[in-house]
Design a protein around this ligand. Structure first.
Ligand code: T3D
Length: 257
């Protein structure tokens, strides 16, 4: 247990739980520093094959703690110092990352989920960028990720109107991976994470790097990149084992190497 979050590794899944439930897990500089350190730990630990980010209590995260920021604060410097290390650690992780959105996600709370690979949303959770409602621009990676995830038109609508959307709407926008019924939320998050942990982890890292590269490269450059990554994937223990298993009509057990 750190001061404002919990870090637990179980069955190869690292679960990072924001733990300021009375404030709907609103983000402080302490919490953001702890989160960056925990992500670094999970990213470095070979025993971790999946990273889950969730919140304690009825909220996922209500964004920046508005009660602890001083009026003199330079928001740009604060972003650079506290938010961006967390966004980078999530977005550049070579392991699959899952935001288990157990309740309301607002402002930078929603932004952090956009840097994850998957968003599993509690049926009763609501999502809102909300920045416009307090006279700020979307941040913590949202201007980068949101148009890529849901297209420019909807991203502009959510950013400029600051509307709150339901879990159902989030799925229909392709913002959420799945809407999970309240009664099964924790069990389904666990099963989803476990399913990911049993996949070829090293190759997942390659897929993530390859797909991220598509934003910066043209077709010829991407064809060159896929040669590099497929060559690496072809040399993994998991690939060799999967082919042998196929020939022997057995189910492969992936070790992540
Ligand atoms: O450098 C920078 O600072 C830039 C970074 C900015 C990033 C951002 O995230 S900007 C966006 C900040 N977040 C918001 O504007 C959301 C503010 N919160 C809300 O609008 C509502 O609380 C929610 C819609 C999220 C949930 O509403 P509801 O009715 O379910 O709960 P509530 O009663 O409003 O909140 C429960 C408690 O949490 C309450 O405390 P109290 O009165 O019981 O002592 C409330 O004040 C507290 N809380 C909720 N959000 C925040 C918060 N405390 C501090 N900061 C918050 N963001």
């Amino acid at each position: 247990m750190k001061q404002e979050m919990m870090y637990v590794v179980n069955d190869q899944v690292a679960t990072l739980t924001l733990a300021r439930p009375k404030q709907l897990n609103a983000l402080t500089s302490t919490l953001l520093e702890e989160l960056a350190a925990a992500l670094e730990e999970a990213n470095q630990d070979d025993a971790v094959r999946v990273i889950v980010l969730t919140g304690e209590g009825r909220g996922f995260c209500a964004g920046q703690d508005l009660k602890t920021v001083s009026p003199e604060l330079d928001h740009g410097e604060y972003l650079h110092q506290y938010y961006h290390p967390v966004v980078r650690a999530l977005a550049k992780s070579k392991k699959p990352t899952v935001a288990a959105i157990n309740g309301v996600a607002a402002g930078a709370g929603l932004s952090l989920t956009l840097a994850c690979d998957f968003r599993l949303v509690h049926a009763e959770a609501t999502l809102s960028l909300g920045f416009i409602n307090i006279g700020l621009v979307p941040d913590a990676g949202a201007p980068y990720f949101l148009p890529r995830l849901i297209g420019a038109a909807k991203a502009t609508e959510l950013a400029l109107l600051g509307d709150t959307i339901s879990a159902e709407e989030a799925v229909s926008l392709n913002l959420a991976t799945r809407r999970l019924e309240a009664d099964h939320f924790e069990a389904e998050v666990k099963a989803f994470a476990q399913g990911l942990a049993n996949r070829p982890t090293k190759v997942i890292g390659y897929i993530k790097q390859l797909q991220a590269a598509s934003y910066e490269n043209n077709l010829e450059e991407m064809l060159a990149q896929e040669i590099i990554y497929q060559s690496r994937a072809g040399k993994t223990e998991d690939h060799r084992h999967a082919v042998e298993s196929f020939i022997e009509k057995k189910r492969p057990v992936f070790v992540g190497r």
